[in-house]
Ligand binder design. Structure first.
Ligand code: CMC
Length: 436
């Protein structure tokens, strides 16, 4: 009888059976390699485009149960962290695995605060971009450029050096983000202010004009901090997987983070928040919502901010964002786009098409409405996502590097091309091409 906790696979080509060990409800793909028809076969592989059912790592950072709408960082429910913590406390939790004590938090906040300055050459670099450059393009390039300023970051195997770069990245990303914003407006860059908290300082670098000291509205600063907490990590999504894949080549953390931010920029990932606003603009009014949903159901585009690879239930972050929106609107006044969004959500959640496919609002559905009410242009939304996600990327990067099983990421392929072909000299290729 086969051992418990194994999976028996019978190869009907050879009639051989194999007992494959199961651990954490998972089998190791490499255990399939023993399934061969001939001794010189490579062995059986799995085919999984888009990694729909492949675990690429073991992780203890972020837990998602998509069917039940659960999100936890290091075991703590997102709702509890959003209510009781600051973003920097959560960043500490992601990086170190536990919530900080008062002493640890003080040290951590002090370290991050003292690394918010950018090298002066960053300004010159930023000035090279056109006035209408997309802020995500500027952010990605500037992150990569930091690798030239901190060449010692290459020493990724030294834990102290690694932590130093992690602090630098978490500290400097708001400064870069603010620079991209000021650049697009043609305003002079603002230096960080060490008296201020993480979100307040970011707001200072965004919006300070000639006043001697920028004082952020506390409700808006807290709302931004909550949004940062909600966006800090989301397990093995496209950008986190990019971070791990690029980092697995032992590339330095600045270049690696730039790669992850590039993945985030796509409209199917972090770029969706910008697309939601464009969509709400296109819809224009509550009365046009039904017609827009019909268009989507007829196969013309997607409802941006809806659907998720993992959540097949309400995204828990979207619930907190809806609540945060109410707080923000008490200060800024109501963003009229909210009415269109609420109507869109109401109709979609009652519609057979969306019910059948388990499509619910995701984190990007309401975040843009808040950002717009705060005064951000849609082009800045994904940059606002990248700021807190940097902490998550770095936690994933560090976990990958310290995993004894880690190796350079290198998927296989199923070859669908031709067998060996006969070389055709250039002069004869037109004749061959004509026969294709
Ligand atoms: N609007 C309309 N139909 C949709 C949507 C949508 N937003 N999302 C999925 N579907 C349909 C899709 O057409 C497919 O239908 P059918 O079975 O008839 O072919 C079905 O639902 C399954 O969709 P899928 O594309 O196979 O699902 P996926 O897991 O590959 O894609 C997704 C997930 C998030 C890329 C997708 O839902 C999407 O494109 N949503 C809109 C973009 C968006 O809001 N992205 C932000 C994701 S959350 C934050 C983040 O990751 O950054």
């Amino acid at each position: 009888m086969a051992q418990e906790n194994t999976l028996t696979i019978t190869d009907n080509r050879t009639h051989k059976s194999y007992a494959i060990p199961i651990e954490h409800e998972t089998i190791r793909a490499m255990d399939l390699r023993q399934i061969k028809t001939k001794p010189d076969d490579l062995g059986m592989m799995t085919y999984d485009p888009a990694f729909m059912n492949t675990a690429s790592c073991r992780s203890s950072i972020t837990f998602i149960d998509g069917d039940r709408g659960i999100l936890r960082y290091r075991g703590y429910p997102i709702e509890v962290l959003a209510e009781h913590c600051t973003f920097l406390e959560v960043a500490y939790l992601l990086i170190f695995g536990n919530l900080p004590t008062e002493t640890e938090l003080k040290k951590w906040v002090g370290e991050v605060t003292h690394h918010t300055m950018l090298h002066e050459t960053t300004k010159k670099f930023m000035e090279g971009f056109r006035h209408n450059a997309h802020p995500m393009g500027m952010l990605v390039s500037t992150l990569a450029a930091l690798s030239t300023i901190y060449p010692e970051a290459k020493n990724i195997h030294d834990p102290a050096n690694r932590l130093h770069q992690i602090i630098r990245l978490i500290a400097k990303i708001p400064s870069i983000a603010a620079m991209t914003y000021r650049h697009s407006l043609g305003f002079p860059y603002v230096y960080p202010d060490n008296d201020l908290g993480y979100a307040e300082n970011f707001m200072n670098m965004l919006w300070k004009m000639v006043e001697p000291k920028y004082l952020a509205n506390p409700v808006l600063a807290r709302a931004l901090d909550i949004l940062f907490i909600l966006h800090a990590d989301h397990e093995q999504n496209c950008s986190a997987s990019t971070m791990r894949a690029v980092g697995s080549a032992h590339t330095d953390p600045f270049l690696t983070t730039a790669a992850a931010a590039a993945a985030l920029a796509g409209p199917l990932h972090g770029g969706a928040n910008e697309e939601v606003l464009k969509m709400l603009d296109e819809i224009g009014s509550k009365d046009n919502v039904s017609a827009y949903i019909k268009k989507i159901k007829d196969g013309h585009g997607k409802l941006m901010g809806f659907g998720h690879r993992v959540y097949k239930n309400y995204d828990p972050r979207a619930k907190i964002i809806k609540w945060t929106a109410e707080q923000v609107f008490e200060v800024t006044g109501r963003n009229t786009k909210l009415d269109i969004a609420l109507e869109l959500e109401r109709i979609a959640l009652e519609d057979e098409y969306f019910i059948k496919r388990k499509l619910y609002p995701n984190v990007d559905f309401y975040s843009g409405i808040i950002y717009q009410a705060m005064g951000f242009k849609p082009e800045m939304f994904t940059v606002l996502f990248a700021i807190p996600r940097t902490a998550g990327w770095l936690a994933q990067w560090q976990e990958m590097l310290t995993d004894p099983e880690h190796k350079i990421a290198r998927p296989r392929q199923v070859w669908t091309g031709p067998e060996v072909r006969e070389f055709v000299p250039l002069a004869k290729r037109a004749a061959v091409a004509a026969t294709r």
